[in-house]
Design a protein around this ligand. Structure first.
Ligand code: ZN
Length: 484
């Protein structure tokens, strides 16, 4: 259920164990004072206090020792949650301060490179976002983040974590379902939410809006605004699908398959080429195939990151830099091919229609890469998303594709198609675009003719280069055919 309460309260977990867990995972001490008793024997009251790092954090009073302790823990969690939420709303300032102070302390150290700064900003905001969850939802910490650079200043505008996708049996067709809760994908959806906020700010004539009216009649980004993507590790699929160590034989075998489009299957055989037949599920059940993040980021380099809906109102937006936080073995050599190298063979560039282009973001790998922090073996099914301006994070169950908790009181995710469609409708009304009202989500997507045409050119490119057929969930299942 949508609420502002700490997730442990929503999930009905024992607050004492959640508080203890919080202490362990964040290396703070959590303790309770000895329980005292007042009143007559038949009507006693018990009193205890929760101590966080030795500080009296909250007092609990109850009719039993257990009860008093539980109340103290609940109040302490509530207070921790509020502090964390407050920090999150000023996350970028806090992190920027921290980076600056660190640079001052190490006067001898070189200033951070742009890639290191992007990484530090993304990780810092992630840590603050994580604080608002109280318990570790995403142990594995695959983190992705969209950052805005403007006049030399870098701001995290969207965050996402996670590595699961929805199971076929949990698929919904009303636009509320989050199909793929991979860090990159949910971060990009959070970024789209940021764009909606910015478009509203433009309409409200805010002086620091990032859009301006373009010659096409659509809005375009100011020249001074750039967007970057940070990913804690190479994206799933082509960028990370190849054995990092191997004999010459293994390598040359792999060579033939490099660059091909791949899908993930919810209950996992890794990233399978789209043109391979899917092995049967355990009980003969249908299984959902979703395109890998490598393929999706590659697509963003042609059709932009704004999506089909927003292409009605704004010019395509492309990534300037991609920063990969860590990698193992020779993954590094596969990343450029996976993200844009596949687009540079043949004549794709000539076939793409204006104002769309074949984009090549600059790739960066900060020197201080730390793969050890990103072990995937104990990952949980939860995803965490945050958009600039939110004073809490939204938690999504990746297997069910649903929101568990979050800062808004909507019953569904703030990054769901349904919510985007609502935001889109509101904007169209404000822009006087009556031609875009009263239609289904699918009809609006189909109506984005320039976007669709370039997407088709891209898909034909993959086929002609023998890289496979794009496998779209929305074309195979009826997930876009809904109205508001
Ligand atoms: Zn992925």
């Amino acid at each position: 259920m949508a609420t502002n309460l700490p997730p442990c309260v929503i999930s009905n977990r024992d607050p004492v164990s959640v508080l203890m867990e919080h202490g362990q995972t964040r290396e703070v001490t959590v303790d309770f004072t000895e329980c005292t008793r007042t009143g007559p024997a038949h009507n006693s009251r018990f009193h205890t206090a929760a101590l966080v790092n030795g500080k009296r954090f909250a007092e609990g009073h109850g009719t039993s020792k257990k009860n008093a302790k539980k109340i103290a823990a609940e109040l302490a969690l509530d207070r921790l949650y509020k502090v964390a939420s407050r920090n999150l709303s000023g996350a970028n300032e806090l992190v920027a301060d921290r980076i600056e102070n660190n640079e001052d302390e190490n006067a001898n150290d070189e200033p951070l490179s742009p890639a290191q700064k992007i990484k530090a900003m993304a990780k810092g905001v992630f840590e603050l976002a994580e604080e608002t969850q109280m318990i570790y939802y995403c142990k594995e910490k695959v983190v992705a983040s969209f950052l805005m650079e403007r006049c030399g200043q870098i701001t995290v505008v969207a965050l996402g974590t996670g590595n699961r996708s929805v199971l076929y049996q949990n698929l919904k067709t009303d636009g509320t379902c989050i199909l793929q809760a991979h860090a990159e994908i949910v971060a990009r959806r959070s970024f789209i939410r940021f764009l909606y906020n910015e478009l509203n700010r433009f309409i409200d004539c805010e002086t620091d809006a990032i859009f301006t009216l373009g010659t096409s009649g659509r809005l375009q980004l100011l020249d001074s605004v750039k967007f970057h993507l940070y990913i804690s590790r190479p994206p799933c699929g082509d960028a990370s699908a190849f054995p990092t160590i191997g004999s010459k034989d293994v390598r040359s075998k792999a060579l033939r398959k490099q660059g091909v489009l791949r899908t993930l299957v919810a209950d996992g055989e890794g990233a399978i080429p789209t043109d391979s037949i899917l092995p049967a599920g355990h009980n003969g059940e249908e299984r959902l195939r979703v395109m890998t993040c490598s393929d999706k980021i590659c697509r963003w380099n042609v059709v932009g990151v704004q999506g089909a809906l927003l292409s009605h109102l704004i010019e395509p937006i492309y990534l300037s830099k991609v920063v990969i936080g860590s990698y193992s073995g020779d993954q590094k050599e596969h990343v450029p091919r996976a993200l844009f190298g596949r687009l540079q063979t043949g004549t794709l560039e000539e076939k793409i229609y204006n104002p769309y282009v074949v984009n090549e973001p600059s790739l960066y790998y900060p020197e201080d890469h730390d793969l050890d922090n990103y072990a995937l073996n104990k990952s949980r099914q939860y995803s965490v998303v945050w958009t600039l301006g939110d004073d809490g994070v939204e938690v999504i169950d990746g297997i069910f594709g649903i929101k568990i908790s979050g800062p808004t009181d909507m019953p569904y995710s703030a990054i769901s198609k349904k919510h985007f469609f609502t935001l889109f409708h509101e904007l169209c009304q404000k822009f006087g675009r009556r031609d875009l009202l009263g239609k289904s989500y699918l009809q609006i997507k189909d109506k984005a003719s320039e976007y669709r045409r370039n997407q088709d050119v891209l898909y034909q490119h993959f086929v002609s280069k023998k890289l496979g057929t794009w496998c779209s969930v929305s074309e195979n299942y009826d997930v876009d055919n809904f109205y508001l």
